[in-house]
Write a protein that binds this ligand. Structure first.
Ligand SMILES: Cc1cc2nc3c(=O)[nH]c(=O)nc-3n(C[C@H](O)[C@H](O)[C@H](O)COP(=O)(O)OP(=O)(O)OC[C@H]3O[C@@H](n4cnc5c(N)ncnc54)[C@H](O)[C@@H]3O)c2cc1C
Length: 382
């Protein structure tokens, strides 16, 4: 009898972790599928390493954990026929499927008047892929220092990118729609502290939005909603991500407590592509490396359990950690710190805030409180 065939779509944090878990179990055959013509890479190194010219794209590469590895973008999944249709026209049959295709950056500002020309000139860009990073690296290299860079966005990637470019000696402005950027990902108390750090180190435009882009030969300008005009060499759009997956799930996969994809038997979702529904946390999605890897491993263990080949891992509950350096301070979190939770300040110096839903701790986040935050991980969801 031939072995059970598992196809894993996406070879980033979640897909590689899922494949690794399945290979270790030695009970099924695994085929890992990545995007056409691209080596998988560690996305977390895009802004901190490659865009700054500190490492080469090759140094950001991820070695796929197994053979066969197929670099051929999945275009469509025929759930009923259990077949994946690939970019090249080839197809792959499967008995079980794990979808771990990640996310794509939101592009609100690329729709503004004047934005297309700025995008074409490489002066308005996202910073999500290696390609984006090489564009930023090359533009910074040919711009007299300090380059003037505007970052549009409020989350962790925007904050971290502002910080690394500032520390590299560039002249940075951060523009965010809200008065307390990052509130939905970090909660109010930590987001306020991070906003103060931004104000101390760089130029900030909070509670502002651009209404038009004015592209030029050697610069780009933004017109803000209060009429202010800001000029720069480069504008980086870092306003979050949306899930991305092949048809029939172009907007991501809805997963249940054990990471089964709704309406698709023997299919599982993990990482930035997965929208979690139901349970104490309601509807949520986490897009950071540690949690994506944890979801990938969990999806693989659920799959093995469904086949009678492993123990029941139970529902997926986020406990993984993230960390970012912001102007020399360490911002760390574990679990779910999204909106909908109540904040409880445990310590003000160092700052440590626990997030609770119905009296249960579901996340913890802090500044320069790495050990204190880590100690909360095993206590979450108890
Ligand atoms: C600039 C930047 C910096 C970041 N820094 C940090 C950080 O410091 N710490 C942190 O925790 N998180 C960080 N993140 C977030 C983190 O990188 C993501 O949350 C994480 O990579 C998500 O893992 P994933 O497996 O869901 O998706 P990814 O790692 O993006 O992997 C998805 C993979 O699927 C492939 N793929 C997509 N579609 C298809 C398809 N149809 N067929 C086949 N393959 C496909 C993609 O090419 C990709 O290789 C950062 C993100 C960015 C953009």
């Amino acid at each position: 009898m031939s072995a059970h065939q598992v196809v894993v779509l996406g070879a980033g944090a979640a897909g590689a972790a899922a494949a690794r878990e399945l290979i270790t179990a030695r009970a099924v055959d695994v085929t890992l599928v990545g995007a056409s013509g691209r080596e998988p890479y560690n996305r977390t190194l895009v802004n901190k390493g490659v865009a700054l010219g500190l490492i080469t794209p090759e140094q950001a590469a991820l070695t796929p954990p197994n053979e066969p590895f197929v670099a051929d973008t999945a275009r469509r999944v025929d759930v009923a026929a259990r077949r994946v249709h690939l970019d090249s026209g080839a197809t792959l049959g499967f008995d079980s499927l794990i979808v771990a295709t990640g996310s794509t950056p939101r592009r609100v500002h690329a729709e503004l008047r004047g934005a297309r020309d700025a995008v074409r000139a490489g002066r308005l860009t996202t910073l999500h892929s290696l390609r984006d990073a090489l564009g930023v690296r090359d533009l910074l290299a040919r711009t007299p220092r300090p380059a003037r860079v505007i970052i549009l966005g409020a989350g962790l990637v925007a904050a971290e990118t502002a910080s690394v470019l500032h520390q590299a000696g560039h002249d940075i402005a951060l523009l965010a729609r809200t008065t307390t950027p990052g509130r939905t990902a970090l909660g109010d108390l930590v987001a306020r502290r991070v906003a103060d750090l931004h104000r101390t180190h760089i130029c900030t435009y909070f509670a502002r939005q651009p209404v038009a882009v004015t592209p030029g030969e050697a610069h780009v300008g933004l017109v803000l909603d209060d009429g202010t005009r800001v000029e720069a060499d480069l504008v980086i759009e870092a306003i979050g991500t949306t899930p991305v997956a092949p048809q029939p799930w172009p907007n991501g996969v809805d997963v249940g407590a054990r990471l089964h994809i709704a309406g698709a038997p023997r299919a599982y979702g993990a990482g930035g592509v997965a929208i979690h529904r139901g349970g104490l946390l309601g509807s949520w999605r986490i897009d950071h490396w540690g949690d994506a890897a944890a979801q990938g491993g969990h999806a693989a263990r659920t799959l093995l359990y469904d086949l009678g080949l492993g123990a029941d891992p139970g529902p997926y509950l986020p406990r993984a950690n993230f960390a970012a350096r912001v102007y020399g301070r360490t911002l760390t979190g574990v679990g779910h710190n999204g909106s909908g939770a109540r904040e409880r300040c445990v310590s003000t110096d160092p700052l440590l805030v626990v997030h609770e839903v119905e009296g249960r701790a579901v996340g913890a986040v802090g500044i320069d409180a790495v050990r204190l935050v880590q100690e909360w991980a095993p206590r979450l969801h108890a």
